[in-house]
Design a binder for this molecule. Structure first.
Ligand code: GFB
Length: 425
């Protein structure tokens, strides 16, 4: 499968042609198909329109933004790998963001991925489309969409009971009652919903696609599928392609400039416009501030031994500021106002900043801006095993910070060293 616009294919194809006239006919046909379908399949001497197929996925509703980003990567890598197979006509439909448990404003509209990420960057890694692009492609505006086949992934309970994990999958009785409409859209339903007990890497789901003729296939509870490889070069390509939305980057840059004396030029955090041109130099210095991700709320309740009290956090932050000879600290947190005010009071001999939007922004956008500002600091300390912290650490690896400035945690009653996930190219 090749794009008709691909010079390589065009040249190879016409060099095999006998007559000049045939060359012209082929070019004309190809050109027409580009206009009509954008991509077409080269079958020996003909090009035919591709019939696209679509992989959808959705995630356990309580999961937060940053675990969702990780599940996206598992499925982006899955469809990225399909590009080299006879299933290269699959596109991945991005699940809109809606009503996430941690978003207090409870955004009630489906938010597209472009609100947070740079779609062109994502597309350079995997054939992904927004949900509304899917509606446009299949030319459905307001009527009902029935997904041809829905698989609800579920764990093998006995593997957790016995601790013996092996890769397998089979259709089984549903462990819980399946839902009947998807993504909080009333018009996305399915007449064919099966529960698939599954243990293994996301790309093992290729077998399901191979054995099906369905044009639209949805994997629900996609978080059950594991990463193909955690931390290899493909993992990092997928991760590097997740560049943030440019407007959110600009808001973060303005804040850094105004309050933190930080800019990419001065901090050594410039990256090429295209993530594929990144080379992996470790030369980032960062802005002259300490950044902290202090996860509170459900996380602090669920992990009291790993998350410090506000008093403890203040004393650990003070110690770090003294060691680093820094006067400025940026705090990213989901704490209550009361907790934040208390922390600010305990750090009153320093300049303490947090990002408070002057214009209305979604909770998700504020969280992204917090992550961007944290990732640009000279030194970062996060919350143990929070995926919000992990994503900041990854940004810092991409920008090329020295390792010791990134993999640090606030300590609770216990304090094992955080895992170090170094970037690979
Ligand atoms: C207890 C578990 O915690 C896991 O969270 P964890 O990995 O920290 O990280 P996330 O999956 O991102 O979920 C936490 C959400 O809380 C908000 N949040 C957390 N920290 C900050 C912050 O510093 N600034 C801002 N603006 N918002 C923050 C934000 O909406 C974020 O997406 C969840 O994914 C699981 O579903 C579960 O709830």
């Amino acid at each position: 499968m090749q794009s008709c616009g691909s010079i390589t294919v065009y040249v190879v194809t016409i060099s095999n042609m006998q007559s000049e006239l045939f060359k012209y006919v082929l070019f004309t046909l190809c050109f027409k198909t580009i206009l009509m379908n954008d991509v077409c399949e080269m079958n020996t001497n003909r090009c035919e329109p591709v019939k696209y197929r679509y992989v959808f996925y959705d995630i356990n509703p309580p999961e937060g933004f940053n675990l969702r980003r990780d599940v996206y990567m598992r499925f982006a890598i899955f469809v990225h790998k399909l590009k080299q197979t006879n299933l290269s006509n699959f596109k991945l439909v991005l699940p809109p963001w809606i009503r996430l448990y941690h978003w207090n404003k409870q955004e009630s509209v489906q938010i597209p991925w472009s609100h947070f990420f740079d779609l062109n960057s994502l597309k350079q890694f995997a054939p992904v489309i927004e949900m509304y692009d899917f509606f446009n492609e299949i030319n459905v505006k307001y009527s009902k969409i029935k997904i041809d086949q829905v698989y609800i992934l579920q764990h093998y309970k006995e593997m957790f009971d016995t601790g013996k994990f092996e890769d397998k999958m089979q259709i089984e009785k549903c462990a819980t009652k399946p839902k009947t409409n998807f993504y909080f859209y009333n018009n996305i339903t399915s007449d064919s919903i099966k529960c698939l007990s599954f243990h293994g890497q996301a790309s093992h789901l290729k077998k399901v696609l191979e054995e099906s003729n369905a044009q639209t296939i949805l994997f629900d509870h996609a978080e059950v599928a594991l990463h193909d490889h955690f931390g290899n070069d493909i993992y990092w390509k997928a991760r590097r392609s997740m560049r943030f939305n440019k407007e959110l980057k600009k808001l973060a840059a303005d804040f850094r400039q105004k309050y933190l004396n930080s800019s990419d030029q001065a901090d050594g955090t410039m990256l090429p416009e295209d993530w594929q041109k990144e080379t992996g130099k470790r030369a980032a210095k960062g802005g002259p501030y300490l950044s902290v991700h202090l996860r509170r709320r459900d996380f602090a309740l669920g992990r009291p031994n790993d998350v410090p009290s506000i008093h403890e956090a203040a004393s650990q932050i003070t110690k770090l500021l003294q060691q680093l000879s820094l006067r400025i600290v940026f705090i990213a947190t989901d704490s209550t106002i009361q907790e934040y005010t208390k922390l600010e009071g305990l750090l009153s001999t320093y300049k303490v900043y947090r990002f408070l939007p002057v214009e209305p922004l979604t909770d998700g956008a504020v969280a992204v801006i917090d992550q961007i500002i944290c990732s640009h600091a000279q030194f970062f300390v996060g919350t143990h095993e929070s995926t919000f912290t992990f994503r900041i650490q990854e940004e810092r690896e991409i920008m090329g910070f020295p390792e010791h400035t990134t993999f640090n945690r606030l300590c609770g009653n216990r304090c094992e060293k955080p895992s170090v996930w170094k970037i690979v190219y």
